[in-house]
Design a protein around this ligand. Structure first.
Ligand code: ADP
Length: 264
């Protein structure tokens, strides 16, 4: 009857409102955590910088110590710089539709260019640094794609004490519109329980150790937000103590995208 129908529809509306409300509460909590994380990540380097400046003001400080304090202040300033760059990228990808400027771009020079800075560091640490793949053009935002490779290679370098780092790509024989890309290392690997949270903002598998290495836990979330904006997904394959491989596909032509991420 009519009352029954009215009651039904009111109940459905109430359930929907409750669901919306729960989602709002969750979003607000997430936002609170996000700001707390940012505050935390800024406070640490600022403390170090102000402490270092105090030390530098001491009279009669030996030249060698002065150099060390200056290095430390520079590192912390660099860390803040990276943090702001990552936050800006995340904010832009959240807010702007025109976040990307896609065009045809040759992949090899792009990767070589990003890799140049890391090759030296890798080789200085006795790591084999390889780049391999055909000379092809892909369709993507070159600046953002550089950031993807930059973050993945920088992680590979941070977490690989010995062996090699390889950036490779090949055509997909089954689907000629796509290129398979990967950044792999023979580093410490990632324990399976962390894999599904790896791309969350500020997530680190080992807080103390990663902070040591200067990471805020934003690198992979930036990678994911850039690939998401392209309609692309990223996969991780990792084994503890053996190494990790981050792989994704890139379109050779406009109009190709895929959205499902797979974590192994
Ligand atoms: P961070 O800036 O701390 O490196 P990321 O978002 O780039 O933050 O990475 C999140 C976490 O994932 C890191 O703290 C690290 O524990 C883990 N991780 C990322 N890449 C690798 C890798 N190649 N090998 C091992 N662990 C990795």
């Amino acid at each position: 009857d009519e009352f029954g129908m009215l009651a039904d529809s009111l109940n459905r509306m109430a359930a929907r409102l409750q669901q919306d409300n729960e989602q709002l509460v969750k979003a607000a909590e997430k936002q609170k955590q996000f700001y707390a994380d940012i505050a935390h990540e800024i406070r640490n380097p600022l403390h170090t910088i102000s402490g270092t400046l105090e030390m530098l003001q001491l009279e009669g400080l030996p030249e060698e110590k002065r150099g060390k304090f200056l290095d430390s202040a520079r590192n912390q300033a660099e860390r803040l710089n990276r943090l702001f760059k990552d936050l800006m990228t995340l904010q832009r990808s959240d807010m702007q539709r025109a976040f990307l400027h896609k065009k045809h771009v040759r992949l090899r020079p792009l990767v070589e260019n990003v890799g140049a800075a890391f090759r030296e560091m890798a080789e200085a640490r006795g790591l084999d640094f390889r780049i391999s793949g055909p000379d092809v053009r892909i369709y993507a935002d070159p600046g953002k794609l550089e950031q993807v490779f930059d973050n993945l290679i920088s992680n590979a370098l941070k977490y690989t004490p010995k062996g090699h780092i390889e950036i490779a790509w090949r055509k997909d024989h089954e689907d000629p519109h796509w290129l398979h890309c990967s950044v792999s290392d023979t580093g410490i690997g990632i324990p399976p329980q962390h894999i599904s949270k790896l791309f969350d903002r500020f997530y680190r598998t080992d807080k103390a150790r990663s902070r040591d290495k200067g990471g805020a836990g934003l690198g992979l979330s930036v990678v994911k937000s850039i690939l998401d904006a392209h309609g692309l997904s990223i996969n991780v394959y990792s084994q503890e103590g053996q190494g990790s491989t981050f792989s994704f596909r890139l379109p050779l032509k406009p109009g190709k995208n895929q959205t499902i991420s797979r974590f192994v």
